[in-house]
Design a protein around this ligand. Sequence first.
Ligand code: PMP
Length: 377
Amino acid sequence: MELFNVYPVTPINIVRAKGSIVWDEQGTEYLDLYGGHAVISIGHTHPHYVESITNQLNNIAFYSNSVLIPIQRRLSTLLGEVSGKNDFSLFLCNSGAEANENALKLASFHTGRKKVIAFSKSFHGRTSLAVAATDNPSIVAPVNQTDNVVFLPFNDEEALAEAFASYGNEIAAVIIEGIQGVGGIREASIPFLKLIRSLCDQYGSVFIADSVQCGYGRTGLFFSHDYAGVEADIYSMAKGMGNGFPIGGIIISPKFKASFGLLGTTFGGNHLACAAAVAVLEVIKQDNLLANAEAVGNYLIEELKKFDKVLEVRGRGLMIGIELPEELAQVKKDLLLKNKIFTGEAKPNVIRLLPALNMNKEMADRFLTAFDERLKA
Ligand code: PMP
């Protein structure tokens, strides 16, 4: 049977990993600064993570959400503590798309409205509402096409204010990534996020902070949107939450308690996924990984800005986009082929770094040396 894969596949068989290092079948070592697209948060095969999942597997892997699941409670307590959002409620699901799907559905249900504001170059997932709010018509099926989603230019305060002035009372939600990932590591501006907050307050709309890629400590803040000093109503999460184990979730402001009844799932919050997610948070907390992401990330960003050939360095903490002139787009491929370093890309000429949050300065230096070598070549 032919295996379907929508992504361009790198012909390397990765069979083993530890921390930010991965090995292929031949034993060749690679530095992983892609983290499986922002998924690897505490490093591959972290001993505490392996132990937590193994112990859980030996006790019980799954039972339904119709019973009390103590490890879910442990996860919600820990998440409240590490994120600082103790007064929010947690709903657990299985992926980023499902998290956004539920956030949008909840917003519509709660407000009784249909319109959603999303932004140019957004990516929110591939399920029906999530994909309808994603600015990529090539992945939207006719059944998902809807006039209910309006795309506005990213960071354009005037366009946003105009939209609310003309049909604000119909807007259920505004959904925005704090830093667009797939869209090329583009950060929402502080005035823009503040304006979203105040317009949502004024018109009774729901502010959804898609934190699937930029959240979970990646930028040095638990939720990247919070650098603007405003709080969203719902934060969606996935990727780094399980360090490779599929899990997603939304945390929801207490304002929406009355509408929680429409949220549900079979697998969401299963014991094994929770064991993975609890271990991730324990490591983030014990090893102070938010501070590490900020320190190593800022170091990388400042050093990268010193390269003449780099057009722009964007991002925050360990979510970094390096824009190169188009004729240097080959650098990303050569970093892998010649220097054995995995990175990601946004457009062919934007290198994306999304490493584990415990990546250290030596690894940053190894990347900077290799990057310098590639630019000189
Ligand atoms: N939101 C953002 C910002 C993402 O980057 C992604 C995945 N690239 C998603 C949502 C969808 O997540 P998933 O693939 O887990 O459904």
